[in-house]
Design a protein around this ligand. Structure first.
Ligand code: URP
Ligand code: ZN
Ligand code: ZN
Length: 465
C-alpha cells in the first residue's frame, strides 16, 4: 500500500508529462500513466504541477554574525523551507579561525540534531589552516569528505573573521582537487572593501545604505576572476556563491569560455530587488536590506536573468540569513555593526516562478533545473532532484494558479518583516512531501522537527565532466 499522486503533470528539467507517481515508503516506486488506485492512498493532483522538492544550497541557520545568531534555527528555518516547497537545504558550518574543522562540524551537527523538518546537509567553511604548511587542516578535509561534506566554502571577504588569503585558498583548492570536492567561493575583495569602509566611516557615512555603496561590484568581479584562475591552476572545480552583478558574470563567462571548471549561483534577491530599494526615503528600515554582496543597481538584473537561461548561471539559492528588526538595530549609527543577511528561504520558488516563469523569462523546465535538479547534481545528492524510481520521494505539488500575498504576518520565517512585504505572486506550493511523508498540506505545515536527516553527499566535483 503506497501513496499515489494521480492526474498531475510532472515537470522535469527536460519535459512536462501527464504521469502518476507511486511512492512506497521513503522512495518513488513507479512513474507511469494511469497507475491503478488499488489500495493506495490517492492524492489528486489535477491542475497541479508535480516537481522534485526544491533544494536550497545556500542557507545560514542559527549562524552567529556580529555577535547575534541568525533568527531562524533549524526548526523554523526548515519549516519555512518546506512551506515554500523546499525539501533539502545545504547550510554552512564555519571553522573558527583558531579551531578545527572537526570542532565546527560538531557544533553544526549539534545545532541541527533532532531539529530539522526536512533533509539537510552542510558545506564546511575553511577559514584558516593549521600545522606545517597547513597540513593538519588539509588532512581534516579528507575526514570531511568521508563524512559526506564534499564542498568547502572559502571567504574572500570579512578580513579577520572569515577571510582566507590567497596562499591558503590555493592550498585548499589543491587538496579539494585531489578529493574531487567542490570549492564554494564568497567572491569579494575584502581587503579593498575594508579600505573603502574605513574611508566612509571617517567621512561620517554611517547609515545602512553605505554598506552597499562600500562594496563595489568590481570588487566582486575581481575576486570572481581571481578565485576561478587560482582554482584552474590548482585543477579544482569552483562554484561561485551569490553572484550579484554583470561584471562578476562577465568574468565567470570569460573563464568558463577558457575551459575553467567554474559554476555559479545567483540568489532571488539580486533578481527582484535593487539598490534603489535601499536608498533613504524608502518606507522600510534600510538595515533590513543589509546583506553581502549588497543589492546592485537594477540594470544588473537582466543580465542575471539571461545567464540563468544561457547556462552560465546554474542555480538559484537564497543565502537565507535572517535577522529581526531588533537584531538589525545593533548597527544603529554604524553600518559595520549591522548583522549581514536577509530572510528568503520561504519565498524562493514563489518569486522565481512569478518573475521568471509567469513573466516568460524562464520555462517551467528551467525552473526545475535551477531550483531542484542542478543543485542535487552539482552537490552530489544522487538520490534527490529528480522524479524517478528509486529516488527519494521529495515531491512538490505546485499550484500555478494560486494567488498569494507575501507578508511577515503569515510567514513561517522568524523575522518580523519580509523583504517582499505585500508582493502579490501567482503560483505557490500546495502539498509537499519529504521522503514520502507529507510535510505541507494546502500550504500549511504539518511535518515535525526531527524528520529531517543529514544527507551524506558524494564528492563529484560539482557534477562536471
Ligand atoms: O549577508 C550575508 N550574505 N550573510 C551571510 C554570510 C555570507 O556572506 O554568505
Ligand atoms: Zn557569502
Ligand atoms: Zn551566505
Amino acid at each position: 500500500m503506497g501513496l499515489l499522486i494521480k492526474n498531475g503533470t510532472i515537470v522535469s528539467s527536460e519535459s512536462q508529462q501527464r504521469l502518476d507517481v507511486l511512492v512506497e515508503g521513503e522512495t518513488i516506486a513507479r512513474v507511469a500513466a494511469g497507475i491503478a488506485a488499488d489500495e493506495h492512498t490517492v492524492v489528486d493532483a489535477h491542475g497541479l504541477l508535480v516537481m522534485p522538492g526544491g533544494i536550497d544550497v545556500h542557507t545560514h541557520l542559527d549562524m552567529p554574525c556580529g555577535g547575534t545568531p541568525s533568527a531562524d534555527e533549524y526548526t523554523t528555518g526548515t519549516m519555512a523551507a518546506a512551506v515554500g516547497g523546499t525539501t533539502t537545504v545545504i547550510d554552512f558550518a564555519l571553522q573558527n579561525q583558531s579551531g578545527t574543522l572537526k570542532e565546527a562540524l560538531g557544533i553544526w551537527l549539534g545545532k541541527s540534531n533532532g531539529k530539522a523538518c526536512v533533509d539537510f546537509s552542510l558545506h564546511m567553511a575553511v577559514t584558516n589552516l593549521h600545522g606545517e604548511a597547513g597540513q593538519d587542516t588539509l588532512r581534516e578535509m579528507d575526514d570531511m569528505v568521508a563524512a559526506g561534506i564534499t564542498s568547502f566554502k572559502l571567504f574572500m571577504a570579512y578580513p579577520g573573521v572569515l577571510m582566507i588569503n590567497d596562499e591558503l585558498m590555493f592550498r585548499v583548492m589543491e587538496r579539494a582537487a585531489k578529493l574531487n570536492a567542490l570549492c564554494c567561493i564568497h567572491a569579494e575583495n575584502g581587503s579593498a572593501i575594508d579600505v573603502v569602509v574605513a574611508e566612509m566611516i571617517a567621512a561620517g557615512k554611517t547609515a545602512p545604505h553605505f554598506h552597499a555603496l562600500s562594496r563595489d561590484p568590481k570588487a566582486e568581479a575581481e575576486a570572481t576572476h581571481r578565485s576561478i584562475a587560482l582554482a584552474d591552476m590548482a585543477g579544482a572545480a569552483v562554484y561561485i556563491v551569490h553572484l550579484s552583478n554583470e561584471y562578476a558574470l562577465a568574468e565567470l563567462k570569460h573563464m568558463q569560455a577558457r575551459g575553467a571548471r567554474a559554476l555559479a549561483e545567483t540568489c532571488t534577491q539580486y533578481l527582484v530587488l535593487s539598490i534603489e530599494d535601499q536608498m533613504p526615503g524608502k518606507s522600510w528600515d534600510e538595515a533590513r536590506y543589509v546583506f553581502t554582496p549588497p543589492l546592485r543597481e537594477k540594470r544588473h538584473q537582466d543580465p542575471l536573468w539571461a545567464a540563468l537561461n544561457d547556462g552560465s548561471l546554474s542555480v538559484v539559492s537564497t543565502d537565507h540569513c535572517p535577522f529581526t528588526t531588533e537584531q538589525k538595530a545593533l548597527g544603529k549609527g554604524d553600518f559595520r555593526k549591522i548583522p549581514n543577511g536577509g530572510p528568503g528561504i520561504e519565498n524562493r520558488l514563489q518569486l522565481l516562478w512569478h518573475f521568471g516563469v509567469n513573466a516568460g523569462r524562464i520555462t517551467p523546465e528551467r525552473f526545475v533545473e535551477l531550483c531542484c535538479t542542478a543543485p542535487a547534481r552539482i552537490f552530489g545528492m544522487a538520490q534527490k532532484g529528480v522524479i524517478a524510481p528509486g529516488k527519494d520521494a521529495d515531491l512538490l505539488l505546485w499550484d500555478p494558479a494560486a494567488d498569494y500575498t507575501i507578508s511577515a504576518a503569515t510567514q513561517c520565517m522568524a523575522t518580523d518583516y519580509s523583504m517582499f512585504e505585500g508582493w502579490r505572486v501567482k503560483g505557490n506550493a500546495k502539498h509537499v512531501f519529504s521522503r514520502g511523508r507529507q510535510v505541507v498540506a494546502d500550504g500549511k505545515f504539518i511535518g515535525e522537527a526531527g524528520h529531517g536527516r543529514f544527507v551524506k553527499r558524494e564528492a563529484n566535483a560539482g557534477g562536471l565532466l
